[in-house]
Design a protein around this ligand. Structure first.
Ligand code: ACO
Length: 311
């Protein structure tokens, strides 16, 4: 019977149908989705920290209003994603515990510090740009709740990307000091942005199965290439350069050749050895602990209401 169900499941996936929460699914598919979606959610939430760091120091009221809205959007993305993961039978508390105990990951990119205002521009332009590149195909992921969450996330991410690029453009066209600040931020964020797409395909243990299940629609390397091809002309347009001596247009492949990211650094950051990893996790733990009274109060209120309703 299980073999029949598995065959029916695989046929639906192959026909590009969405799998929904109450449908039968192999346990390994469920587990992979919980892993990827919860880590995606954690990334959105941890991703608020480097930018939140600049809300009180944004250079103008307009920039501050935009940054506030963007950081709130990231919180929203985290919440849709936790909800999508909960439809697979894992509670948000369990997912949070996994993060706090180091059993779940979040994106390597958020383990780098935001040193100047130009870092906020670079994050919008590059980090959100890379996020969209990765998330647009996820709108067609085989699991319905994940795919649908991505639709709204992608719309918001494209606004984030444009505001970042516009902020970078303003700095690049500013005083020599501002332009130097923009270039410095680009130099520091370029390689970590390329690493966001994950390890090279031949070192990506989950890719083959996830592609077969149509959770992932494009490989890590294919998306990285698309991101480079999109970003190089954007950098040229605003007069900034990419710190990659191997970057060169390749006519035959119709894309850029580019250098190899420092994969040792990537794997170290994945292991939790990033420059500000400890600070990030401390911030999450502190937030969880200092929010304990809110959760307790909300539960007490819900219990009281339920009791009144039952009476
Ligand atoms: N940061 C941290 N961990 C990573 C990263 C990264 N940039 N890239 C890969 N890894 C981890 C994987 O999670 C996996 O570990 P796990 O098995 O313990 O989960 C391991 O490295 C090997 O990588 P892959 O086999 O390639 O893993 P996977 O097939 O899951 O692909 C990817 C990784 C591309 C990140 C995928 O999970 C994905 O598309 N996730 C959704 C997008 C997302 O999470 N974006 C977050 C950043 S964008 C933002 O939130 C603003």
């Amino acid at each position: 019977e299980d073999a029949d169900r598995l065959a029916a499941f695989e046929a639906r996936v192959a026909a590009d149908e969405f799998i929904e929460p109450k449908d039968w699914m192999p346990e390994a598919y469920r587990k992979t989705l919980v892993r990827q979606i919860s880590q995606h959610a954690h990334s959105e939430i941890v991703g608020m920290l480097p930018e939140g760091n600049w809300i009180s120091r944004a250079p103008t009221l307009r920039r501050k209003a935009i940054l506030l809205a963007k950081v709130q959007d990231e919180a929203g993305h985290g919440l849709y994603l936790y909800c999508a993961a909960e439809t697979l039978g894992t509670s948000r508390d369990e997912m949070t515990q996994a993060l706090l105990e180091g059993r779940a990951k979040y994106s390597t990119i958020f383990n780098y510090p935001t040193l100047t205002w130009a870092d906020i521009a670079a994050i919008g332009w590059l980090v959100d740009g890379a996020a969209i590149m990765n998330q647009v195909p996820l709108q067609r992921a085989s699991y319905g709740p994940y795919a649908r969450a991505m639709v709204k996330v992608c719309k918001e991410e494209s606004f984030h990307q444009r505001q970042g690029y516009e902020a970078m453009m303003a700095l690049a066209a500013g005083t020599p000091e501002q332009k130097a600040m923009a270039q410095d931020a680009l130099d520091r964020w370029w390689w970590p942005s390329l690493m966001m797409f994950g390890p090279p395909d031949d070192q990506s243990p989950n890719s083959e199965q996830s592609m077969r299940w149509r959770i992932k629609r494009e490989s890590n390397d294919a998306l990285r290439q698309k991101f480079v091809d999109m970003t190089v002309p954007q950098a040229e347009l605003i007069g900034l350069s990419l710190s990659d001596a191997d970057l060169k247009w390749n006519k035959e492949k119709g894309g850029y050749d580019f250098g190899t990211p420092d994969w040792d650094e990537f794997f170290a950051v994945v292991r939790g050895e990033g420059p500000v990893a400890r600070e990030r996790m401390k911030a999450r733990r502190d937030a969880w602990e200092s929010g304990a009274w809110v959760r307790a109060a909300a539960m007490a209120h819900a219990d009281k209401r339920a009791a009144r309703f039952a009476a």
